[in-house]
Design a protein around this ligand. Structure first.
Ligand code: SF4
Length: 328
């Protein structure tokens, strides 16, 4: 039976944290059993906002690939590759740029939002505006049927669908319009209670050592009402409890909630339970990370093989595209 194709990528603009694991990678691992999955590191995308200092892209690319494998992506079940190694993405991006109205790109909500967010960078570049177009090329070059996204990202996929539709209408029916594979992404808070993000400096990274994870959790923000151990608190106001919801068993979650509300448990004890449960999830990942770091040739081989396979599909699509657009 031919499996339907799924495509997803991670931008090489930082190390992966437990929020990425819980929100994306864990789901990718499940999908590889059911679909023909293509997962890639988007290193060109990292340049759209980080062009002024590309010194970390290579290091982040490697770290992401290590985490792909460490969290359970299996090269025998899915295809893993690096975006910039498949030059056809850039060719398709160029050709699609000929048919994409500027207004479509300017309308993408993240265009203005990100410019506001990253005020210290000059994002009035063509590359930044064209980000959704490159993203579209990444997806449709594999003629992927699905892209795993959370409900809030569905509008972002709409531009890819529009561009694919426009191409099909102008030239030839080559691209399926990519559909959202709706996924529930649990909201993962960082150590300060805001969304976990590398830009907030509040993340627990998959590459952190056990002692770093312990330290980060022990110094996490709690419900401010719990100044002394005898003060009662509201676990819902505590980021520690939000992480318990993801990593702890139902019984422990209930115990912590009651303990917090009745001052029956201290914050340190509560955090130690969380540390134990986070370790339980992280230990196999750390072990695999170690194995991979110690055998770089294996990683290299897997990515070479994945890139070769991705390139073959991309080349085949580009042959059809060139033909449809009347190019030699
Ligand atoms: S007991 Fe736990 S949930 Fe309650 S405030 Fe302290 S750390 Fe947060």
């Amino acid at each position: 039976m031919i499996k339907e194709r799924v495509l997803s990528g991670v931008q090489a603009s930082g190390k992966l944290h437990i929020g990425n694991f819980v929100g994306a990678l864990r789901n990718w691992v499940k999908l590889q059993d059911k679909y023909d999955c293509y997962y890639f590191v988007a290193d060109w995308h990292a340049l759209t906002t980080g062009y002024a200092d590309p010194s970390t892209i290579k290091e982040f690319t490697k770290d992401i690939l290590i985490n792909f494998l460490a969290t359970g992506l299996d090269p025998n079940k899915c295809t893993m590759f690096i975006q910039s190694r498949v030059l056809e993405h850039a060719e398709l991006d160029l050709l699609l740029s000929m048919i994409t109205p500027l207004g479509w790109l300017e309308r993408v909500p993240t265009y203005k939002e990100k410019q506001q967010e990253l005020k210290d960078r000059d994002l009035s570049t063509y590359g930044f505006l064209g980000y959704p177009l490159l993203q579209t090329a990444d997806i449709i070059i594999y003629r992927a049927k699905y892209v795993p996204v959370g409900i809030d990202q569905v509008p972002h996929l709409e531009i890819s669908r529009e561009i694919a539709r426009r191409f099909n209408y102008l030239y030839k029916e080559i691209f399926p319009e990519p559909e959202a594979l709706l996924t529930e992404f649990p909201k993962v808070v960082g150590t300060d209670g805001r969304k976990m993000s590398k830009s907030y400096d509040n993340a627990i990274y998959l590459s952190d050592k056990p002692e770093e994870v312990e330290e980060k959790i022990l110094t996490m923000v709690t419900d401010p009402a719990r100044i002394k151990k005898t003060d009662v608190g509201n676990p819902e106001l505590s980021p520690v409890y939000q992480l318990h919801k993801i990593f702890s068993s139902r019984e422990e979650l209930a115990r912590v909630a009651v303990g917090c509300r009745t001052a029956g448990i201290g914050c340190i004890e509560c955090k130690k339970i969380l540390i134990k449960n986070v370790f339980k999830v992280m230990e196999p990942i750390w072990a695999k990370r170690n194995d991979i770091v110690n055998s770089p040739d294996v990683l290299h081989e897997i990515i070479e093989k994945g890139t070769k396979k991705a390139k073959k599909v991309a080349e085949e699509t580009m042959r059809l595209v060139r033909e449809a657009m009347g190019l030699y």
